[in-house]
Ligand binder design. Sequence first.
Ligand code: NA7
Length: 556
Amino acid sequence: MSALQSASGKSHAANPKTYDVVVVGAGFAGMYMLHRLRRLGLSVRVYEQGGDVGGTWYWNRYPGARCDVESMQYSYSFSDELQQEWDWSERYAPQPEILRYANHVADRFKLRPDIALNTRVDRADFDEHANSWSVTTSDGKTVTATYIVLATGCLSNARMPDIKGLSDFKGKVYHTGHWPHERIDFTGRRVGVIGTGSSAIQSVPVIAEQASHLTVFQRTANFSIPARNAALTEQERQAFRAKYPEIRRFAREESRNGIYTEMPDKGALDDGDNERRAKYEQRWSRGGLTFMSVYNNLALDKAANDTAADFVREKIAEIVRDPETARLLRPNNHPIGTKRICIDTDYFATFNRPNVMLVDIKSNPFEEILPNAVRTGGKDYEIDALVLATGFDAMTGSVAKIDIRGRNGQTLNQKWAEGPKTYLGLMSAGFPNLFIITGPGSPSVLSNMIVSIEQHVDWISDCIAFMRDRGLDTMEAKKDAEDNWVAHVNEVAHTTLYPQANSWYMGANIPGKPQIFMPYIGGVGPYRQICNDVAAKGYEGFAMTGAERPRKMAAS
Ligand code: NA7
């Protein structure tokens, strides 16, 4: 390859604003994407709206924020040196440590020179004559690129609730998904937390220790399993590392959710009451997300699911002393696991503290927020600071914020107005050379994200290399392949209990958002096989076109 010519055959030295690939986002997906593309010899520019790398872990700095997948597994596997050298301190690393890890990766693989921080991608237009994307950023600059990869994250568009009077509140307002960088000390303050999803369940016990009084406003009670977090010993780390080849292989190829765990061969009703209870007890003591894999039909059969849900409801009743609070905390409107199950440290026990109160806003919706109080059920709850743990416009929210225009000027938002449409979660018809990492239609948020990120990044890199090697210019999902995939994603979701919950998986947390089950529930292992088969068949379901002349290849 000549010094001036990259894989796309375009001259970069003469025009530094032309890249082979623009990547949007420098979280775990964007960083690994950059690493892989650079190894192909491609020119890449990554734009990141945050002030540093880390994505979700850059923004979600709320008290108690930590991973809900064990850190030895919620970590990159692409570099054995990296996974052997990095020491996770706890079973579930706290947010600052995960962010340190992201920074370590950025430095170790020398990624920073190709990442523009504090720079949002506002707009991307596909030029049908040039077969390239024109990308406009928040600093007013425009660059062009052959490919664009959206590594924008699934939970990165924090959602402000629409509550009357919120803007008149005189105290401080914090959103868990957009937490300030400086340490917030709630000592001596009366705090209100709105929401009882994972972010609230992690932060409530920590805030309760500081605040003079904490009021938790709950609309929907949630299932949560003890994390049983603990420091990892060197011996535990070593034992894990020694097993990494098998752990990683299993997570990628066999697992349903990208996590190494036993695969149950029995349904919940195949065991008698005592045996079943003993198994639930054992998983409850072990802690963590794998509670849902005690049996193989908990996500499929309501009667089976009820046995697990009842077990957790009983545990809540045992832990929480005040019977009315315990009643309110027991989830009763969705099968367990159909909203992402939470992992906590002393969440339910926190409601035994004298300074913590639960307010049911399901029966008594917010009337309004006053300058110094929250009014609901005809009562004013005085507070000095409000924590909004109200979640995200998940999976599509960050993509929707970018004005993406594909063929014939159609915007992605127009195309997705009735719900996201993708082929394999990777591409959307009418938007050539635009890839999405862990997008709707892929296992994504139903999985260990890093496993799914690595699979997508590897697939996209291999695909771009395939095109380069054959002198192909554009790749695009075919409409019929996309329609079939969308139907399949929907069909598989409806063989499970998941659509029974008003979850963010369904878009149900955003008023007016189409209610479609967005992630692919067919399992991480089977999904990988489908993607591999598609690639092996010459990218079946995708249209690829190329110029006549063979392209000069970049050195890999
Ligand atoms: P979630 O799981 O979406 O939780 C948001 C919570 O906020 C949930 O309890 C909502 O109640 C509640 N909420 C949202 N809007 C309102 C309004 N307007 N009024 C009252 N309550 C409201 O977000 P998280 O940040 O906790 O967790 C997201 C994911 O991050 C999590 O699944 C993990 O994967 C990590 P609702 O249930 O809608 O009735």
